[in-house]
Ligand binder design. Structure first.
Ligand code: SF4
Length: 383
């Protein structure tokens, strides 16, 4: 089995009791069947505590005041302390590592919902590279795994990495190029013309193509009113998602009022210009966010054939995170430091990445709704 992972994976260290937003609070932890069996058979006093602190019907740890019942006052795990690391369930052992599964391949990322992981992802200054490792395991054979499509998706993703890591271009230009090429590539996938992907990628890499794209994108610039309206519509789509933390919803509402109600159009545009000019030094953070989203989702198109929606969702996440940063910058008297970015990004990821219904809802909106069309997104990004 091959494993692919970002180069910082092994640098991760849990902040344990120093963590300001421990992963054992705020959501219910699902226990895998093997661990459930271990907990059922654990002897003695701690075995009784385990038996009495699990919702056996749902296969989850009980919570007390929104915290896992095993999370003690020092913010440390009692299962780890009393019964040892090997007694942790799969979710707790793996988190914040996230595994995407393909035939004979696992792609591992660190989830942004963990503040320590978010620091590694966003604090990475160099252009990110991915490493491979081979481990001896029995060969896998997935039913109906389209290996040809998977190979092409990997080539497409490599091209997207090149676009996102081109530091001579602004983040809006990189985003627009990514969206428009993904739109065209999707047509090839739909028409089963995968053999044409190589030529298309070759063309995309020419300066002529990039110059033409630049000219086309000019039509979407200087449309402040439309841009703001589009951003607000995308922002409001988040209210349709399952709420994991009510305080996050309140925060979103407050920031929405600030950006789209309290500020006049002129004030919004002037403040945005100022923010984006100073925000430039954060381009590397947005580049790393894009890399994170593309690595974690794009090749999943091997299972549904929908690469464009995955790119749209990635672009919307980055757009909204930038908009949220803009709101936070305004609320904090035009100051926004790395720690603020981590706070924002990890809270956002907790809402959007750890609920299957939310992940599905976002992909559905991206596939079906007008606000997620190429034109609408280009307006929100470039306007
Ligand atoms: S959120 Fe991350 S740093 Fe905090 S306790 Fe969980 S794994 Fe550790």
């Amino acid at each position: 089995m091959e494993y692919t992972y970002p180069e910082y994976l092994y640098d991760f260290q849990c902040e344990a009791s120093d963590c300001k937003d421990t992963c054992c609070a705020g959501w219910k932890i699902v226990i895998d069947p093997v661990s459930l069996k271990k907990y059922k058979n654990h002897p003695g006093f701690f075995g009784n505590r385990l038996k009495n602190s699990i919702d056996w019907e749902k296969g989850m740890f009980d919570q007390y005041n929104g915290r896992c019942t095993f999370l003690n006052e020092e913010n440390l795990c009692d299962i780890y302390a009393e019964a040892g690391e090997e007694m942790l369930c799969k979710t707790c052992t793996r988190y914040p590592r996230h595994y995407e599964e393909f035939e004979n391949l696992r792609e591992i990322s660190l989830s942004l919902s963990c503040p320590a992981a978010a620091k590694l992802v966003l604090g990475h200054k160099e252009k990110l590279i991915f490493l491979n490792e081979y481990r001896e395991t029995p060969e896998e054979e997935y039913e109906q795994f389209d290996f040809f499509l998977f190979t092409k998706l990997n080539e497409i993703r490599d091209y997207f990495y090149e676009v996102i890591q081109n530091r001579e271009w602004t983040i809006p230009f990189r985003t627009a190029l990514l969206l428009s090429t993904a739109h065209d590539l999707q047509k090839r996938v739909d028409r089963e013309q995968l053999y044409g992907v190589d030529d298309l990628l070759k063309r995309y890499r020419t300066p002529h193509f990039q110059k033409t794209a630049e000219k086309k994108f000019a039509a979407f610039q200087g449309q402040g009113v439309k841009m703001r309206t589009q951003r607000r519509k995308l922002w409001q789509r988040l209210y349709r998602l399952e709420v994991l933390r009510p305080r996050w919803r309140e925060y979103m509402k407050k920031q929405e009022e600030l950006l789209y109600r309290d500020l006049s159009q002129e004030e919004y545009e002037a403040a945005w210009k100022e923010f984006a000019a100073g925000d430039g030094c954060r381009d590397v953070e947005y580049e790393q966010l894009f890399m994170y989203y593309l690595f974690g989702s794009l090749c999943g198109a091997v299972y549904d054939g929908d690469l464009f929606s995955k790119v749209k969702v990635a672009a919307v996440h980055v757009l909204l995170l930038r908009e949220l940063a803009f709101g936070a910058w305004l609320s904090k008297g035009k100051a926004f430091v790395f720690e603020d970015q981590i706070e924002l990004v990890h809270r956002y990821a907790r809402e959007t990445e750890h609920s299957e219904p939310n992940i599905e809802a976002l992909e559905c909106m991206a596939a079906e709704e007008e606000e997620f069309s190429l034109e609408a997104l280009l307006t929100g990004v470039l306007g």
